[in-house]
Design a binder for this molecule. Structure first.
Ligand SMILES: [Zn+2]
Length: 211
C-alpha cells in the first residue's frame, strides 16, 4: 500500500513539471493551464487547397497562439467542405459548416483555393484574403495555392498572417489602425506582428465560446 502511494506521489509531480515548462513557453500568459480548442479543418470540395500547406500554416499559427495566449488549437478533424462560400455573412454557412463537423469541435476553419474578388468603395478591384464570423467561430482562408509564396510587409508568410488575423476576429477583436499588427485592416500590408494592443485584447477574450 505504501508503495502505491509513493507511485501516486510521483505521478502527481510529473504533470506539475510539465505545466511549469509549458508556462515558460507561454511568456505572455499568466501561467495557468492552456485552453484546448478543437478545430474542424474543412477543405473546400470545389477548389481544394493543398492539405500539406494547410497542415503547415495551421501548425505554425496554432503554435504561436499557444505561446502567446495559451490557447492550444488542435486540428481534431479534417473534412471535405461543400459549403457555398459565395454566401456571406454565413447565416446558413455557419450552421452548414457546423453540421459537417464532429460535435466535439468548437471552431471551423475552411481553406479554399478560390479567389474572392470584390470591387471596393474606390471602384478598384480587391481580393479578400479571408473572412470570419465570431458568433459561429468560423473562418475562411481564400486563394491558399495562389498566395503560398507571398509575404506580408514584415516578411512573414501571407497565409499565416491571414490566419492569425481571422483567428483574432473569431475572438471578437476588431481591426486596429496600427500597421505593425496582423490585425491591421489589410493584414498582408502590415508588418504582421503580435503587438501589446492585440495581446491584451486576446488575453481578455481567450475564453470566448462559440455557437
Ligand atoms: Zn479583418
Amino acid at each position: 500500500m505504501k508503495n502505491a502511494w509513493r507511485l501516486l506521489g510521483i505521478g502527481a509531480v510529473l504533470p506539475l513539471l510539465f505545466v511549469s515548462c509549458a508556462s515558460v513557453a507561454a511568456s505572455t500568459y499568466d501561467g495557468s493551464f492552456p485552453r484546448v480548442v478543437n478545430v474542424c479543418v474543412l477543405n473546400d470540395k470545389e477548389e481544394p487547397a493543398s492539405e500539406k500547406i494547410i497542415r503547415h500554416i495551421t501548425g505554425n499559427v496554432f503554435r504561436e497562439y499557444e505561446e502567446r495566449i495559451a490557447v492550444r488549437f488542435v486540428a481534431a478533424a479534417f473534412v471535405a467542405s461543400e459549403v457555398d462560400l459565395d454566401i456571406w455573412p454565413p447565416l446558413g454557412v455557419g450552421l452548414e459548416a457546423k453540421d459537417a463537423c464532429p460535435k466535439d469541435t468548437e471552431v471551423r476553419m475552411i481553406f479554399s483555393n478560390r479567389r474572392m474578388l470584390f470591387i471596393g468603395e474606390d471602384g478598384k478591384e480587391g481580393e479578400l484574403a479571408g473572412l470570419s464570423h465570431d458568433y459561429y467561430g468560423l473562418l475562411v482562408i481564400f486563394n491558399v495555392g495562389g498566395r503560398v509564396f507571398l509575404e506580408d510587409k514584415g516578411g512573414n508568410p501571407a497565409l499565416e498572417t491571414s490566419l492569425k488575423h481571422e483567428i483574432a476576429h473569431i475572438f471578437g477583436l476588431e481591426h486596429t489602425k496600427d500597421i505593425n499588427s496582423f490585425l491591421y485592416k489589410a493584414g498582408n500590408k502590415s508588418q504582421g506582428r503580435w503587438t501589446d494592443e492585440i495581446l491584451e485584447q486576446l488575453l481578455k477574450a481567450r475564453n470566448k465560446k462559440w455557437h
